[in-house]
Design a protein around this ligand. Structure first.
Ligand code: HEM
Length: 87
């Protein structure tokens, strides 16, 4: 399976469940929680979900709303150390 075929197999519902399962754990996580925007966790969840859907061959909602991902630039404001990377 190529990267662009993943969406057809997993579907929007699958990506939604995957990303929701991650974000459900963020509020209770002492390493990750402080990194994320406390007042916009829902928005963060939506941005990651839409990015993954676009990246794996689904609708380009992320690109329409956010433009080019520029993920390196968008992560620069956050101090992501080894522990956060591993978590
Ligand atoms: C392969 C690795 C990663 C990918 C693909 C990824 C993907 C993304 C995406 C798509 C966004 C939203 C960008 C936007 O504003 O449009 C984002 C934001 C963010 N990421 Fe990552 N990320 C990765 C690794 C990490 C790691 C290791 C951490 C910290 C442990 C992290 C923390 C954050 C935070 C705090 C935000 C801001 C939340 C928001 O408001 O959107 N990311 N990431």
């Amino acid at each position: 399976m190529t990267e662009s075929e993943v969406y057809a197999a997993v579907g929007g519902e699958g990506f939604t469940r995957l990303v929701a399962a991650f974000y459900r754990q963020v509020p209770g996580d002492p390493i990750l929680h402080p990194l994320y925007p406390a007042d916009d966790l829902e928005g963060a969840e939506q941005r990651l979900r839409d990015f993954l859907i676009y990246r794996f061959g689904g609708p380009e909602t992320y690109i329409e709303q956010r433009g080019h991902p520029r993920l390196r630039m968008r992560h620069i404001p956050f101090a992501i150390g080894q522990a956060a990377r591993d978590r």
